[in-house]
Design a protein. Structure first.
Length: 565
């Protein structure tokens, strides 16, 4: 009986780009050795696939390599039986990454062979030897990294410039930062203008109007970059760069530098004070187009505060309230951390408050016995109805002021949100005056909002009764990504003999993008359906799905990782 044909994919890698321009380089030598080995096994049915999975100038310390991603995608598609490498460290230098790769190989029944080390992962001895070898490789890599980090730290303590791109205002001469007078004056102008305006957005507009642009740089290949208007992020970094004070910062510590300062102490302190005031205003939730109305009021069942945060995508801002454990990385809370959609949460709390204000009987019961003898509850009831009618037209800052005055705390529990109102604050907002010394705080007004908390991985997210976790417009970018992944999958499965690189070229995209997108063509049908019908979490964006999330092969595991269970 003839041996079953084993399709062998050859993977090669070189850490640096040096020598890749040669007609016969290290990648070619590796492939030649692997092809010779496959040829020696021809009697066993081995045959080398024509696709070239070559990563030139790619570090073995990461899995984000174009050719490796193409290789894993082809394995997932069922087109490979054996992966052949020249040496184990060509595949990876990380034991953790190697374990992930071998798991993928095992899941798809793919064998792994190292030509020069005669290893085969189908045997227990081969696995043991490989793990030992990679342990030493990773140890060597970590020791080298520690030496480099220690050298950088020691040099920065001495105030030395450790290389990189020199900031606006400086040039590098003899490996030292030297002030460039014209650029230095531009830096001083930027600092002075911000000290006057107090707003980075206004500063950006003023600099653009004056034609002030970023530093122009020319690399060793003669390519010219920069000379464009300064963005807000660049301005924030510039205004906080301690190099301009003649200092060198490293891991929270600041050391006197060997270069000259551009900004004097008084101007630096004035700018830092304005930046700090701006950060405090943002944390308080004021002045933003969509302020965090409930900042400072939300706690979980354990009394841990929920902090406002946000994520951005394609110019759109998604806001959340999250447990401090997710912000600080601590694990002190006894319950699972939460990530709650801010817009829905704020709308639910506001709606519950407005419903209460519009309920005349409930309002009279809440305040009538807590007013001075000469006041009736009717005036407050009328004021409450008027406030409810005007609520949607009030500025965000005014709505937040009222919420802070009326609400004592908001507690998110399993099954409900507890809204605790202060009687004194409510009466004051409605124009009344509670009697002096009345112990109203000991008898608060308690409202509830029914909700459901859903576990997603290690977090809990919010579902309002009868609603989804996020109410939003269709994510057309994510829809297009899924459609593109399905089309790439169809190209691969067509089996017309073209390599991943050739298919990517035909699609008009890079090989790495093609491979990264191709893996999304193997998502669980339930996941695809949820995405196309916008039943997925709002933070599941096209960027996160394509580049940040590690997808398991199991369909049920995919639903859990993506928050769809």
């Amino acid at each position: 009986m003839a041996e079953r044909r084993r399709r062998c994919a050859i993977y090669t890698r070189k850490s640096s780009e040096e020598g890749l321009e040669q007609a016969f380089n290290s990648l070619h030598a590796q492939r030649e050795a692997c092809e010779a080995y496959v040829m020696s096994q021809r009697s066993e049915g081995w045959t080398a696939l024509p696709e070239a999975y070559d990563d030139g100038g790619q570090s073995g310390g990461t899995l984000e390599r174009p050719a490796l991603q193409c290789l894993l995608a082809a394995i997932a598609a069922g087109g490979i039986d054996t992966v052949v490498v020249y040496k184990v460290d060509r595949l990876t230098r990380s034991l953790g990454d190697f374990a992930k790769i071998v798991e993928v190989f095992d899941r798809h029944g793919v064998a792994f062979v190292s030509v020069t080390q005669s290893f085969n992962t189908t045997t227990s001895m081969g696995r043991l030897t490989l793990n030992m070898l990679l342990s030493f490789a990773q140890f060597e890599r970590e020791v080298t990294g520690e030496r480099i980090r220690d050298k950088i730290a020691a040099s920065k303590k001495k105030g030395m410039w450790m290389g990189g791109v020199p900031p606006l205002g400086y040039v590098v001469r003899d490996r030292q930062l030297v002030v460039e007078p014209a650029e230095a004056e531009t830096v001083r102008l930027i600092f002075r203008r911000y000290a006057e305006l107090g707003s980075v957005a206004e500063l950006q507009a003023a600099l653009a109007a004056d034609g002030i642009a970023s530093k122009v740089r020319v690399d060793r290949h003669g390519r010219r970059t920069g000379g464009t208007p300064l963005g807000r992020g660049a301005l924030y970094r510039l205004l906080q760069n301690r190099l301009y004070r003649g200092e060198v910062a490293h891991r929270g510590a600041v050391h006197p530098g060997r270069h000259a300062a551009i900004i004097d102490r008084d101007l630096w302190d004035a700018v830092q004070a304005r930046l700090a005031a701006s950060r405090a205003a943002r944390r308080a939730g004021t002045g933003a187009a969509a302020p965090s109305l409930l900042a400072g009021l939300l706690v979980d069942a354990d009394g841990q505060r929920l902090t406002p945060t946000h994520a951005g995508k394609a110019g759109r801002r998604y806001r959340y309230y999250v447990s401090r454990a997710l912000v600080t990385g601590s694990t002190g809370s006894t319950s699972s951390p939460m990530r709650l959609p801010a817009a829905d949460l704020e709308a639910a709390v506001e709606q519950r408050l407005l419903t209460f204000l519009a309920d005349r009987a409930a309002l009279v019961d809440a305040v009538a016995e807590h007013l001075p003898a000469d006041e009736t509850g009717e005036a407050l009831v009328d004021a409450a109805a008027d406030l409810a009618d005007r609520w949607s037209a009030l500025p965000s800052a005014e709505r937040r002021r009222i919420l802070l005055s009326v609400i004592d705390r908001l507690t998110v529990e399993d099954g409900r949100i507890v809204v605790v109102l202060t009687r004194d604050g409510l009466i004051a907002v409605l124009g009344g005056s509670p009697p002096a010394g009345h112990p109203s705080s000991s008898d608060p007004i308690v409202l509830t909002i029914p909700v459901r908390l859903r576990r997603v991985g290690k977090e809990r997210r919010l579902l309002f009764a009868g609603g989804s976790a996020e109410r939003r417009a269709p994510d057309t970018t994510l829809h297009r990504l899924i459609a593109r992944a399905q089309s790439y999958r169809a190209l691969v499965l067509a089996g017309d003999g073209r390599s991943i690189a050739e298919l990517a070229a035909a699609a008009g995209v890079s090989t790495s993008y093609f491979a990264r997108t191709l893996r999304l063509g193997f998502l669980a049908p339930a996941v695809v359906d949820a995405i196309l019908h916008d039943r997925h979490p709002a933070d599941l964006t096209a960027r996160r799905l394509a580049t940040e999330i590690s997808l398991p092969a199991g369909w049920s595991d995919q639903r859990s990782v993506l928050g769809l269970d």
